[in-house]
Write a protein that binds this ligand. Structure first.
Ligand SMILES: CC(C)(COP(=O)(O)OP(=O)(O)OC[C@H]1O[C@@H](n2cnc3c(N)ncnc32)[C@H](O)[C@@H]1OP(=O)(O)O)[C@@H](O)C(=O)NCCC(=O)NCCS
Length: 185
């Protein structure tokens, strides 16, 4: 099996990131931010670092309802097998495993469709767990839709334990499954 690496978002991979957006891939599970990212890329065509700052380091984050919330401490990575494969990110609050009510979980990930089914998300989650541990988190909360079998397998393969259901904010006939995953395997 090909081993993936987690790399920091960087301007070398930005054309591949843009290509993935243009093919309809969304880096965000709960809403399609492809169009918004493409628009920001157009505006910052000559300033790749400015674009990366806006999506990963600016002080606020745009929420699904269009409002802005303060950005939590985070570690964002792109998944690479030599090519751009997707993203995974950790967000958290220092000194607690609690998250603000509007944040669904500590970790989110999305693999581009043409790299799926190769174990990449499973590996990416495994590789980000020590990062969470190094931030003082003994376990992380991950949520996914009740019909997202792929993500459920990714979580279970990393030792996730089911922690109940939550209402789904946008798909009203579905629920979110929640899982705790210990950061030391
Ligand atoms: C969910 C997702 C991250 C899985 O990525 P991936 O790299 O294909 O996952 P893996 O290859 O590590 O697959 C893990 C397991 O899930 C299975 N799987 C993957 N996609 C599946 C699907 N759509 N339906 C059923 N099983 C699936 C794989 O076969 C594998 O099973 P196995 O361990 O029994 O062989 C990817 O489909 C994706 O990015 N989806 C859109 C965004 C998303 O849902 N993110 C998760 C938010 S919680």
């Amino acid at each position: 099996m090909t081993t993936i690496t987690l790399i920091r978002p960087n301007s070398d991979f930005l054309p591949a990131y843009e290509g993935a957006l243009r093919q309809g891939w969304s880096p965000n599970t709960d809403r399609n931010v492809s169009q918004a990212h493409l628009e920001r890329l157009e505006k910052l065509r000559d300033d790749p670092e400015g674009f990366l700052y806006e999506i990963y380091r600016s002080p606020t984050v745009r929420m699904p309802d269009g409002s802005d919330m303060e950005r939590l401490p985070a570690h964002d990575f792109w998944i690479s097998d030599g090519e751009f494969c997707g993203r995974i990110g950790l967000r958290f609050q220092h000194g607690t495993e609690d998250l603000p009510p509007r944040v669904s979980g500590h970790i989110g990930y999305s693999v581009v469709p043409w790299k799926r089914g190769r174990g990449y998300a499973t590996q990416a989650l495994r590789q980000i767990l020590p990062v969470a541990q190094s931030e003082g988190l003994a376990r992380v909360l991950i949520t996914c839709d009740d019909d997202n079998v792929g993500s459920q397998k990714v979580i279970l393969a990393n030792g996730g334990t089911f922690a109940g259901e939550r209402p789904h904010e946008t798909r009203l006939d579905h629920v979110k499954f929640t899982y705790w995953v210990a950061t030391s395997l």
